[in-house]
Write a new protein. Structure first.
Length: 345
């Protein structure tokens, strides 16, 4: 029998708090398809208020929220710009671009943060006839949870607008960026046209994401949501947990960042293990075992025997994500187990 299970695959594995469960049981319900679910309406209003935007839209997933944004912002033939490892491009494999008939232009950026001159270069150097939308991801999953600064967002936003682009932020973990930089979510949102964020990751709600932006945009995104099958009925029963998430769970994300720091520090002290260091880290630990001659798969399998679950990042890496269910004892278990595995060879 396993000594313990330490699930570091993602912060999506978080379970709702008791306060969330109580709120779900007491939620006022209605038909959200008709805009009559009071709890959903309150969550949408709260999300928009947090970001300083006009309106919000509750969707089942971040993937759907990003799809709604892409479809609402663009038309067939438009040129859309992404960082090449961003989830909206790499995670969805460009499928949304194909479905909507837009032309994707990926670019590689250090720690996912596209620079103004980089954007200008790709617009001027490629076959671009209808520049329409820039998509940015904050925090950046593929770069170890790197958090953009508001200053960096402002700079690339100014460059994008100079070329007539709108800007959508995939802010699945935007509140991790908020906590890491000690700023307000509005400090990011004021520089973009729309933001999607998840309440079902570190914020610990069981289901859902919010898409926020101007009311006319949200109305169009709502129509897209329904076309994609995302219309919900008495969704207040899950939206209630999202309200608690936004009101009670943001500040505690700092604990997850500290947990990730402890993981990074402990694992990096083991000979042969490298750790990725974003300029502003959050709740990720990106491990590389190339110097040990191990593959991603072999590392994952070695850990799994001892109840440590993580996602591979081939060819020789793994992603560990800290969340509120990971304790200091869990960190010690991961570090001590890994040290023994390395010593054993």
């Amino acid at each position: 029998m396993l000594e313990r299970t330490v699930d570091l695959r993602s912060d999506t594995v978080t379970l709702p708090t008791q306060e969330m469960k109580d709120a779900m049981m007491a939620a006022a319900l209605g038909d959200d398809g008709y805009g009559e679910d009071a709890t959903v309406n309150r969550l949408q209003e709260l999300a928009a208020e947090k970001l300083g935007m006009e309106a919000g839209l509750y969707v089942p997933s971040g993937t759907m929220g990003n799809a709604c944004a892409l479809f609402a912002h663009t038309r067939s033939g438009d040129d859309v710009f992404f960082e090449e490892r961003a989830h909206l491009f790499a995670g969805a494999r460009g499928e949304f671009a194909v479905l909507n008939g837009v032309r994707p232009h990926p670019m590689q950026a250090e720690f996912g943060a596209i620079r103004p001159e980089q954007l200008a270069e790709i617009i001027n150097s490629e076959d671009v006839s209808q520049p329409s939308l820039l998509c940015i991801e904050n925090t950046h999953n593929g770069s170890g949870g790197a958090a953009w600064s508001p200053t960096a967002v402002a700079a690339v936003s100014q460059a994008a607008r100079a070329h007539g682009l709108k800007i959508h932020m995939d802010g699945a973990r935007i509140f991790n960026a908020v906590v890491a930089h000690g700023v307000d979510a509005k400090d990011y949102a004021r520089h973009v046209d729309s933001v999607m964020f998840c309440v079902s990751k570190g914020l610990s709600a069981p289901v859902g994401s919010l898409l926020c932006g101007p009311r006319s945009f949200i109305n169009e995104a709502d129509a897209v949501r329904k076309r994609l099958g995302g219309g919900m009925r008495q969704a207040g029963i899950i939206a209630a947990a999202g309200i608690v998430a936004l009101e009670k769970m943001v500040d505690r994300l700092a604990d997850d960042h500290e947990t990730a720091y402890l993981l990074c520090t402990g694992l990096e002290a083991i000979e042969g293990i490298k750790i990725q260091h974003p300029p502003t880290p959050t709740n990720f630990a990106m491990v590389n075992v190339e110097d040990l001659g191990w593959s991603s798969e072999s590392l994952i399998e070695r850990w799994k025997v001892y109840g440590i679950l993580a996602n591979p990042r081939p060819p020789a890496g793994a992603r560990l994500v800290a969340h509120r269910h990971i304790t200091r004892e869990d960190v010690a278990h991961v570090v001590d187990t890994t040290r023994r595995l390395v010593e054993r060879g």
